[in-house]
Design a protein around this ligand. Structure first.
Ligand code: PLP
Length: 358
């Protein structure tokens, strides 16, 4: 199989694979005070420290969750901001979008970038406290938002800013910039296990408990920690991030090949900053669902970029927000590369694409 769906999830890193049995043997409950418990606590705290170092925060500002979805839900609830004062970009992941009233979805331009002047207008008129949620990079198109500018605007207007950095972390340099109150991470997009993520918070941010219970995670998110997944995440972080340096060049070859094969191809966000690994493109006349099945039959795993959890291909709210015409929206698929993608993978993919275009 040629795996070109890293934005859905990354294959398990060999670093994690190699350490999993050892992690499993560390079975103690991290809240127990005996030796076995302390060993698990040490592993959890080591990952917390590594995450904090990577993002320029203190370990106490990291709250482990069950993944990006939960961290996004927690972010939108834990500050106690009223729903009518909560806004998000129209291209957010569903775990943010569905919590925000449709009239509070901030518009984006044809590249999927948040319109800063409209954001400023909202910030000027919104009632305090206000919460803005904008992702660092989009899962469907890879388009990177001007987070520094957005954080500055939010800071100027005294608004909280939450940033979903699930797709950005480990792929481009990020940190908890001034003006960012909360940030979401997930381990499985970077080679870790599924079922663990984190909500990173600015120092001394006042948050209310999201899950009540035994008081874990500073009383904010109760429940025995997923020690296996957290420990594995730490193994990854301790060895540095997976190497994305070759990915940008492969992506460039991929896009040149697409354009050579099909002059009608449209690459979404091609004129703006994007993640180095993501290409979302439309091939007019070639239905997206049919394309995903065609490539699957050829042994290539990719995505339409807008599959829901049941696997059904749905209309992309991201492309809709970018004002995509129907014939382009209905024919868009996403190729997302990773550190294990090879030149041969790209060549094979392009050969299949040429055969499909005919
Ligand atoms: N946010 C973004 C941008 C994502 O791409 C995803 C996963 O697809 C999530 C949040 C949800 O993360 P998780 O799968 O860890 O719940």
């Amino acid at each position: 199989m040629i795996y070109l769906d890293y934005n859905a999830t990354a294959p398990l890193s060999p670093l994690v694979e190699g350490s999993i049995l050892n992690s499993l043997k560390r079975f103690g409950n991290p809240s127990s005070i005996h030796n076995a418990g302390r060993a698990s606590r040490a592993a959890v705290d080591k990952t917390r420290k590594l995450l904090a170092e990577a993002l320029g925060v203190l370990p106490r500002d990291i709250t482990f969750t069950s993944g990006g979805t939960e961290a996004n839900n927690m972010a939108l609830h834990c500050l106690g901001v009223a729903r009518e004062n909560t806004y998000c970009s129209a291209v957010e992941h569903d775990s943010v979008l569905k919590l925000v009233a449709p009239q509070n979805h901030l518009p984006v331009d044809e590249n999927g970038v948040v319109k800063l002047h409209q954001l400023e207008q909202v910030l000027r008129t919104a009632r305090a406290p206000t919460l803005i949620s904008v992702m660092w990079a989009n899962n469907e198109t890879g388009v990177i938002q001007p987070i520094k500018d957005i954080a500055k605007l939010c800071q100027q207007h005294g608004a909280f800013l939450h940033v979903d950095a699930v797709q950005a972390f480990g792929r481009i340099p990020i940190s908890l910039l001034d003006g960012i109150s909360l940030m979401t991470l997930s381990a499985h997009k970077m080679g870790g296990l599924k079922g663990v993520g984190a909500l990173v918070s600015a120092p001394h941010l006042k948050m209310t408990a999201y899950i009540a219970g035994g008081g874990q995670e500073r009383g904010l998110r109760a429940g025995t920690e997923n020690t296996l997944a957290i420990d594995s995440w730490g193994q990854l972080l301790a060895n540095g991030f997976e190497d994305f340096s070759a990915v940008a060049a492969l992506r460039q070859q991929l896009e040149a090949g697409l354009k050579a094969a099909n002059p009608l191809v449209h690459i979404w966000g091609h004129g703006v900053n994007r993640l180095p690994n993501t290409t979302c493109f439309s091939s007019p006349g070639h239905d997206k669902e049919t394309q995903v099945i065609y490539f699957d039959l050829k042994g290539v795993a990719l995505s339409s970029g807008s599959a829901c959890s049941s696997g059904r291909v749905v209309k992309s709210h991201v492309l809709q927000a970018m004002n995509a015409p129907e014939d382009l929206a209905n024919t868009a698929i996403r190729v997302s590369l990773g550190p294990h993608t090879t030149q041969q993978d790209i060549d094979t993919f392009l050969n299949h694409y040429k055969a499909m275009i005919g």
